[in-house]
Write a protein that binds this ligand. Sequence first.
Ligand SMILES: Nc1ncnc2c1ncn2[C@@H]1O[C@H](COP(=O)(O)OP(=O)(O)OP(=O)(O)O)[C@@H](O)[C@H]1O
Ligand SMILES: CC(C)(CO)[C@@H](O)C(=O)[O-]
Ligand code: BAL
Length: 279
Amino acid sequence: MPVIVRTVADLRAHTRAWRAAGEVIGVVPTMGALHDGHLSLARAARRDCDRVITTIFVNPMQFNNPDDLLKYPRTEEADAALLATVPVDLIFAPAPEEVYPEGFKTVVSVAGVSEPLEGRMRPGHFDGVATVVTKLFGMTLADRGYFGQKDWQQLQVVLRLVRDLNMAVQIVGCETIREADGLAMSSRNVRLTAAGRAKAGVLYAAITAAAEDIRAGQSDRMAIREAAEAIRAAGFERVEYIELRDAATLMPSDDPASPRRMLAAVWLDGVRLIDNIPV
Ligand SMILES: Nc1ncnc2c1ncn2[C@@H]1O[C@H](COP(=O)(O)OP(=O)(O)OP(=O)(O)O)[C@@H](O)[C@H]1O
Ligand SMILES: CC(C)(CO)[C@@H](O)C(=O)[O-]
Ligand code: BAL
């Protein structure tokens, strides 16, 4: 089993020795309730790095919805058993007071790319992500950080953060791991009912069809409207957004010559699902 460490002092004792030995350290930040998506990041880190740390921390600062924080699944024992199969060297699972001790005052805020889409729908969310990711890099002294493309906007926020603050961490974006019906794996999927789960693959199918239609010459607006209709017709409660954006800045883009990404957030069974694909 990987060693589980709860304090920054204990973590540093390991990472200092690793660095002194010239070893390359990879970190995989997670909020736990691990699935194959997370494990694919840990496996990529295992291939590239001498030492792999997975952090498990349900970061209160990035939750704009207290109910979402309360309901967030916590499965540490099962997570440790899964990480042992990779294997990772160390699990860092601090308590909130270790990360945000009394007197904590700093907020890291990435303007621009944090603002639309998830940033608009979840106010303060990306400040919480940027702050905790900055702290996790500082705590772990990692050389490389592994993030999933499933959270595409988050990945762009982290890339901007690292560039803007000259952090010596190389960011690796790993592709989205999906269930057989196309549903992107996510810790929140366990909250779907059996009926909801049976429909959930429609999200990926609808945005994939829209991306194909756009590549075949259909207008962006029409293709997106059809995708939203297909999702509603399948019984999803709400389409929060389906947007075609510049892949790096997340600003609106109608220029097919530059890399674009279709990003969506929808509600099914009271669960908020996100997904994205290249166009
Ligand atoms: N299906 C997936 N494929 C690849 N990477 C993923 C997948 N799901 C999550 N990740 C990545 O794992 C890291 C940790 O994510 P997180 O712990 O939030 O898991 P999650 O399943 O996305 O949970 P949720 O979306 O419910 O918060 C992030 O970098 C995220 O992008
Ligand atoms: C990167 C992260 C672990 C920061 O809390 C979180 O946003 C996540 O799980 O994607
Ligand atoms: N997976 C991104 C973190 C979050 O939803 O809060």
